[in-house]
Design a protein. Structure first.
Length: 252
């Protein structure tokens, strides 16, 4: 009896472990698709799919070590997609019943601080803008505190996030001090803001998560650049001597 109980118990344990890894693998594949949508600047699709993955997490949350990372990744992806759609409510950090921020995810905190800074730029008067910038500075401070405690992501990602938060923290402070010290000039006619919206056959307009759109340097004559297209294999076979110069004649 003992000889049967041992292998049976081991088989059950291995089956449970295998099922847990299979569930985690399926979830990772779904998250990879959301990462792909976000990298391709399909913000609406990434937002919807990220929300679907986050809501469907059941047993995945209970998988040791992996479950927490999967849940954080799904939230981060959904928040990033919402941020780049200018849907700043999607990146709101978690709060308790008293309105105190209880969020501990550095990625969510950074996106929330960035969203708060962008929102402060649309305030109607100087006093409101200064007050909002005070909240922005505190938000970036919370990011740096959370980043210093622990970081479950890749060390390079954590370092880049901490660098961005530190730079934005100092920039927000200087912006706040400059605005509080100096009277702003008369408001000029505002141009409509360009939001990065996905087009059907082209890249979105305006800055994206990959940066500002590229292009040739100003005052550059593009006609001086020649584009050389290599021949295909069948073209090289039809004209094997193509590209060869004629016989050189010695002078003198």
């Amino acid at each position: 009896m003992k000889s049967v109980a041992g292998p049976s118990f081991a088989a059950i344990v291995l089956a449970l472990v295998g099922a847990a890894f299979w569930i985690a693998g399926q979830t990772e594949n779904r998250l990879a698709d959301v990462h792909k949508q976000l990298a391709m600047l399909r913000y609406a699709d990434a937002f919807d799919e990220g929300g679907t993955v986050e809501e469907s997490l059941g047993l995945e949350r209970r998988v040791p070590v992996v479950g927490q990372k999967v849940e954080s990744d799904a939230r981060d992806l959904r928040a990033a997609a919402g941020y780049w759609q200018a849907d700043y409510s999607a990146v709101a950090p978690r709060k308790d019943a008293n309105g105190v921020v209880t969020e501990t995810d550095p990625a969510i905190l950074l996106l929330s601080a960035n969203a708060a800074f962008r929102g402060s730029q649309g305030a109607g008067d100087r006093v409101t803008t200064v007050r909002r910038l005070d909240d922005v500075v505190r938000s970036y401070g919370e990011v740096l505190k959370a980043q210093a405690k622990s970081c479950d992501a890749d060390p390079r990602v954590c370092e880049a996030r901490a660098t961005d938060a530190a730079f934005n923290y100092e920039y927000a402070i200087r912006t706040r001090e400059t605005l509080a010290r100096n009277r702003p000039p008369a408001p000029a006619k505002k141009e409509p803001k360009t939001i990065a919206k996905a087009a059907e056959d082209d890249l979105p307009v305006g800055p994206t998560l990959h940066g500002h759109p590229g292009g040739p340097p100003p005052a550059t004559d593009m006609n001086q650049f020649k584009i050389v297209i290599p021949k295909r294999g069948e073209e090289r076979k039809d004209a094997p001597d193509a590209g060869k110069g004629g016989q050189k004649i010695r002078k003198g």
